[in-house]
Write a new protein. Structure first.
Ligand code: TRP
Length: 451
């Protein structure tokens, strides 16, 4: 596998991996979870989860990926004579393909809202914005077509390859995303009564903290760092041998955390300034915010600009994550079937389009088709997010902590002893052997009501 491509630079590695991590999870999921779980107290716990569970989880996937220099399925199998471990990788590939399908649908909504805010259609009272979203998301054609559009954009970046496609797109989009974020945060924080939002974000209310808050923070930290679906492992297979794995994971964890925090700084001051409750759940981005943007900024032009910039930001964040999800299965097909990158990508794109269209229809025309009592969209979300994600995360920790020879893990962690981070390695091993698997087990048992 020595002719395998690599990322071209350290910056490329960090931006591409941060591109995978920074996504709808940061800008959409994190703010409403913070709203529902008590603001600052949740954020502090979340930061702890990122540092002590997310970062070691990411390092573990880095180690598997870089050591094997191959797609996720082969990567896990390459460490041990028991090829059964390859099943973890296969599970990651299945999960990422399904997620790609429905993530693209939500990304398509962002694209639609971008178009609608550009032409100025998102104006009206709260009831109008709500019925607007319901009518759109249950439409049989528009959301499916936009989801497919997003998958096609992803496809064309993927076929250009790791350096010219993934790395270049990330180097372009990630800095743009940071700038947009800072501009909108600035506008939002200058609104009258913005300080109420800041207080909510920065003043911890310990009385809100309970077991659920911990578990939500933990689940969100894994989701947000793209752990347990093969994305991180696949990207790491393109890292060079001199990449400092723990440092890179830490940098990405910090970037991911700050983007989420900035998304909170964007949404809460604006929401509080117009007196809207920020705990409105998943509809926050598509129902609450269009209203907030309209009303918060006295000048309609400013409201218009902020709204357009915000949906550009969301669409770009979604795109860099979609690219990483696509790469998992593309690398797998390309290497295992021995076909060209282009053909492999076409296979993945077609599969994801089918899944995406099914998910999209299940929000409207097929909403009465139920699997295990849920719509197809919700079933996919549940099976991947609540079942496969913790399972793969748990197995990865057990695999690295208990089955892979410690020498291999240490050599990767310390770059064959050249990094002099041996003490940190022992701490990492402790987290991966005991702390991470036990915490994941807790989330798992808790969500099935067993504890
Ligand atoms: N981390 C991304 C987000 O925050 C979503 C994502 C991309 C993801 N790849 C993943 C989540 C792999 C879990 C696993 O939106």
């Amino acid at each position: 596998m020595s002719d395998r491509v690599n990322f071209g630079s350290k910056l490329g590695i960090v931006l591409a991996t941060a591109g995978s991590a920074v996504g709808l999870g940061n800008v959409w999921r994190f703010p409403y979870m913070t709203g529902q779980n008590g603001g600052a107290a949740f954020i502090i716990i979340y930061l702890g989860c990122i540092l002590f569970l997310g970062v070691p989880g990411m390092v573990s996937e880095f180690i598997v990926g870089r050591h094997s220099q191959s797609n996720t399925a082969r990567a896990y199998a390459s460490f041990s004579s028991n090829k059964g471990w390859g099943a973890i990788g296969i599970l990651g590939i299945i999960t990422s393909t399904i997620i790609l399908g429905f993530y693209a649908v939500v990304a398509g909504w962002c694209l639609y809202y971008l178009g609608e805010s550009v032409v100025g259609n998102l104006k009206g009272d709260p009831a109008f914005v709500q019925s607007y979203f319901q009518a759109f998301s249950s439409d049989p054609v528009k959301p499916a077509a936009l989801g497919v559009t997003f998958i096609l954009i992803t496809h064309f970046i993927i076929v250009r390859g790791v350096r010219d496609g993934i790395e270049r797109a990330s180097k372009l989009m990630m800095p743009t995303l940071f700038i947009l974020l800072l501009v909108i945060v600035g506008a939002s924080c200058m609104l009258p009564e913005a300080e109420k939002g800041l207080e909510f974000l920065f003043k911890p209310d310990i009385s809100k903290v309970n077991g659920d808050v911990f578990l939500s923070a933990l689940g969100q930290s894994f989701y947000s760092m793209s752990i347990a679906m093969g994305c991180i492992c696949t990207y790491a297979s393109y890292f060079s041998k001199s990449t400092n794995l723990p440092n890179s994971a830490m940098q990405i964890g910090v970037i991911d955390f700050f983007v989420a925090l900035l998304a909170g700084l964007l949404i809460f001051p604006a929401a509080f300034s117009v007196g809207v409750n920020p705990d409105s759940g998943p509809s926050l981005i598509f129902i609450t915010l269009p209203n907030v943007f309209q009303n918060a900024f006295g000048d309609p032009t400013l409201g218009y600009i902020v709204s357009v910039l915000f949906y550009i930001l969301l669409s770009m964040a979604a795109l860099t994550s979609l690219i990483s999800l696509h790469e998992v299965s593309t690398a797998f097909l390309q290497e295992e079937i021995g076909t060209t990158r282009k053909r492999a990508a076409i296979g993945v794109t077609v599969a994801c389009m089918v899944i995406g269209v099914i998910c999209s229809l299940s929000m409207g025309a097929w909403s009465n088709v139920k699997l295990f009592g849920m719509t197809i969209f919700d079933t996919f979300d549940f099976v991947t997010g609540q079942l496969f994600l913790p399972l793969v995360g748990f197995l990865t920790c057990i695999f690295l902590g208990w089955f892979v020879p410690h020498k291999i893990v240490k050599d990767e962690f310390t770059n064959m002893g050249t990094l002099r981070n041996g003490t940190l390695f022992h701490f990492y091993l402790l987290l991966v052997k005991y702390v991470c698997p036990i915490c994941i087990l807790f989330i798992f048992l808790h969500q099935f009501g067993l504890i």
